[in-house]
Ligand binder design. Structure first.
Ligand SMILES: [Zn+2]
Length: 367
């Protein structure tokens, strides 16, 4: 798999898992093309033509030859110059950051339009959602403009290590994963919702590190009502005044990755329950779905910067039994752990009678 193929795969998965639905996303691409076609040549020079095929402005190849074949990647939630040095030491072919960097960070606000459409799908009138989001989007655009976008890109250029970031496509994968669980489990109380989340490996591990899912507004026995995932994907936190409108639209509980104090207060005042699933654990849940696809192509995945790798690549029961590390580390790592010489598996299944007799014989030997 080369860099371009990884990038295209991420976009494809992002579209397939978009809460707005594939058709709505295709419409956005079509509109971008229509706008581009009537642009002046001067404006076309500045236009990022990736927008014509990629609806996620926060996902880009930031450095490197797109045709370069990849065998080993370093993936992290945030990639700074420190992680770039780690990548050089590990001799990886590509670095993947979850949070956007470079031009993808400068354009982060662009993906936030997603939130307005998702809110509309949950019953908030689109005109209300769009008008509240418009203000928030410009606030985020101004906020990121102060950031040193190119810092990590400059670092990879100096060490000549290809670099890309995959943000909203991964968050979309996390949102769809959670939407499917909600549909299946139908939690009625916040306690049941927390239990559902803690059954997911990434959140289970986060809980062991004191960063598991938590109820921010409400209690274990509070009825969840209509649960929405408006704050799992769509760039960053949504508009402040949105909770009152959500309440009016019949929404009961918001599951988010993170929330600031002011928004939490707003939600409380609007009688909206808040469950915070966890930021880095939710990021990991999304990125892991994409990494599973890389793993299937036998690309070695090394994680850093908070990313908890949980592999869901299906392997045969026998393989899973022989490789105890397979569930967490994935195929590539498990391959490395396999003994080079053929060793008889300890857990070989034998007929019951024979197993009994073997047990007796080992007991005798021990005596
Ligand atoms: Zn994040």
């Amino acid at each position: 798999m080369n860099i371009q193929e990884i990038y295209k795969l991420a976009i494809k998965m992002g579209i397939e898992n978009d809460l707005r639905g594939t058709k709505a996303v295709q419409k956005i691409l079509k509109r971008a093309k229509e706008k581009y076609d009537v642009m002046s040549s001067e404006k076309k020079k500045e236009f990022d033509t990736e927008r014509l095929t990629n609806p996620f402005a926060d996902t880009r190849i930031l450095y490197g030859d797109p045709k370069k074949e990849i065998k080993k990647v370093l993936v992290g939630v945030d990639i700074g110059p420190g992680e770039v040095l780690i990548a050089e030491k590990l001799g990886v072919d590509l670095i993947i950051s979850h949070h956007p960097s470079g031009k993808a960070l400068a354009d982060l606000h662009d993906v936030m339009n997603l939130q307005a459409q998702v809110l509309a799908d949950y019953g908030v009138p689109i005109n209300v959602a769009e008008s509240l989001m418009k203000e928030r989007i410009s606030e985020v655009a101004r906020g990121v403009s102060a950031v040193n976008h190119q810092r990590s890109v400059d670092a990879v250029k100096l060490l000549k290590i290809p670099f890309m970031c995959i943000h909203t496509p991964a968050d979309n994968c996390a949102a769809t994963f959670l939407a499917k669980r909600l549909k299946r489990e139908k939690p009625e109380t916040l306690g049941e919702l927390i239990k559902m989340l803690k059954d997911i490996e990434e959140y289970k591990i986060a809980s062991q590190n004191n960063a598991g899912p938590k109820i921010w507004v409400g209690s274990d026995d509070t009825s969840a009502g209509k649960i929405v995932l408006t704050e799992i994907t769509g760039g960053t936190e949504g508009a402040k005044g949105i909770y009152e409108k959500m309440s009016q639209a019949g929404i009961g509980t918001v599951v988010g990755m993170h929330m600031d104090e002011e928004r939490k207060k707003n939600a409380q005042e609007a009688h909206i329950n808040v469950v915070i699933a966890g930021h880095i654990s939710s990021d990991s849940l999304g990125v892991n779905q994409i990494l599973d696809e890389l793993e299937k192509k036998r690309i070695e995945v090394i994680t850093c910067s908070g990313l908890t790798r949980v592999s869901r690549v299906k392997t045969s029961t026998r393989r899973r039994r022989l490789d105890p590390y397979i569930h967490f580390t994935g195929l590539a790592e498990a391959d490395k752990l396999k003994p080079k010489t053929k060793v008889k598996p300890k857990t070989k299944i034998k007929p019951k009678a024979k197993v009994k007799s073997k047990k007796k014989s080992t007991k005798k030997k021990r005596k």
